[in-house]
Ligand binder design. Structure first.
Ligand code: FMN
Length: 355
């Protein structure tokens, strides 16, 4: 069905198509119509538990699609086993001027420089007031006009405003579209952001896992150093990875490929999986693997490399509403074929083989 509609959707500029999808999903999420899109992903083989949360499926929606948390029930109905909303900043901000989202079709990729357009933490708290049924992550960022030296205040403010709404939280220091943000990926700068959030978290009655999302453009050595520091501070997990600034080997129109912003989809797949493998070998922290997953085999590769959960963004844009349930089904078949009774047994299977 989506194969028929996609060419029409792809006639629209990328951000217009995104707005249309969000409008439909918002409508479905707010009404009983959500039943129309419900897909079943109940499969004992896919059930798992990570950082104290239970998941019916390890395939989740990555941050950046539902920036304001407006359609959570819709994503759940499509069969995502968990949903990450955001990036949310404490105060609303418009993001960069359009155009800021581009399709690189020949590369099964997107380039975006959205720049954390969002309605702010208070609006998200209102949007998330109604209950959700699957684990919900909230991805936290800083406002563009907050000086880098005050970045920690923004992460803490956004966390405080949403602490009782999310089930886990992600400190995002890896988006390429907020000037200087990635410079916060040093042990010193990251520590100053992470420690106050962990302290605030420790004062809550419910334990909320705190994760850190990393860029694929870090060297393996720097990423390992950061991951080990995260472990020492008491961070609960890593999200690997965000979009890349690299542009090697693309086949799309060079003008499109040269657009400023983060590249996602197929071209980031191999590097993201490699970084997962490197980090899973260096730290016991659970990893959410993300980058270029379009099918069950690609999700399985990330799990075998060491990811406990997998997220999808660009694969969903190209694959449509059936994507999360299809990936889950394909993953389950691959696990069965290789004799894994549950997804948990397959995590890091390639690590053990390498050792
Ligand atoms: C249009 C767009 C917007 C994004 N916005 C965010 C964001 O706000 N916060 C974030 O942490 N990641 C954001 N991402 C990155 C994705 O969450 C993901 O890490 C990345 O796209 C790689 O996964 P994919 O290849 O499945 O898209 C965005 C990606 C795209 C394509």
């Amino acid at each position: 069905m989506y194969a028929l509609i996609r060419p029409l959707i792809f006639l629209l500029p990328a951000e217009t198509a995104h707005r249309l999808v969000m409008a439909v999903m918002r409508l479905l999420a707010r009404t009983g119509l959500v039943a129309l899109i419900r897909r079943d992903v109940s499969d004992p083989r896919l059930r798992t538990e990570v950082f104290g949360l239970r998941f019916d499926s390890p395939i989740g929606l990555a941050a950046g699609l539902d920036k304001d948390g407006e359609a959570v029930r819709g994503w759940e109905a499509l069969g995502f086993g968990f949903v990450e909303v955001g990036t949310v900043t404490p105060r609303p901000q418009p993001g960069n001027p359009p155009p800021r989202l581009f399709r690189l079709r020949e590369d099964a990729a997107l380039v975006n420089r959205m720049g954390f357009n969002n309605h702010g933490a208070e609006a998200m708290a209102r949007a998330l007031a109604s209950p959700h049924s699957r684990p919900l992550g909230v991805n936290l960022g800083k406002n563009k006009d907050t000086p880098l030296e005050r970045a920690a205040d923004d992460y803490l403010a956004a966390f405080r405003a949403l602490a009782d709404r999310g089930d886990y939280f992600v400190i995002n220091v890896s988006s390429p579209n907020t000037p200087g943000l990635r410079s916060l990926q040093s042990v010193e700068a990251l520590g100053e952001i992470v420690r106050p959030v962990l302290q605030a978290r420790d004062g809550l009655t419910m334990r909320k896992p705190i994760l850190v999302k990393l860029a694929p453009d870090l060297s393996n050595e720097d990423a390992i150093e950061l991951a080990r520091a995260c472990e020492t501070w008491g961070v609960d997990g890593l999200v690997v990875s965000n979009t890349t600034l690299r542009r090697e080997g693309l086949r799309s129109n060079p003008a499109l490929a040269a657009e400023a912003g983060g590249l996602s989809g197929a071209p980031v797949r191999a590097r993201s999986t490699e970084l997962i493998r490197v980090l899973a070998g260096a730290t016991p922290l659970p990893i959410i693997g993300v980058g270029g997953v379009f099918d069950g085999r690609e999700a399985y590769e990330k799990i075998r490399a060491g990811a406990s959960l997998v997220q999808v963004y660009t694969g969903f844009i190209y694959g449509g509403p059936g994507t999360p349930s299809r990936i889950a089904r394909e993953l389950s078949d691959l696990l069965a074929k290789d004799g894994f009774p549950s997804v948990r047994e397959a995590i890091g299977a390639d690590q053990n083989r390498l050792k």
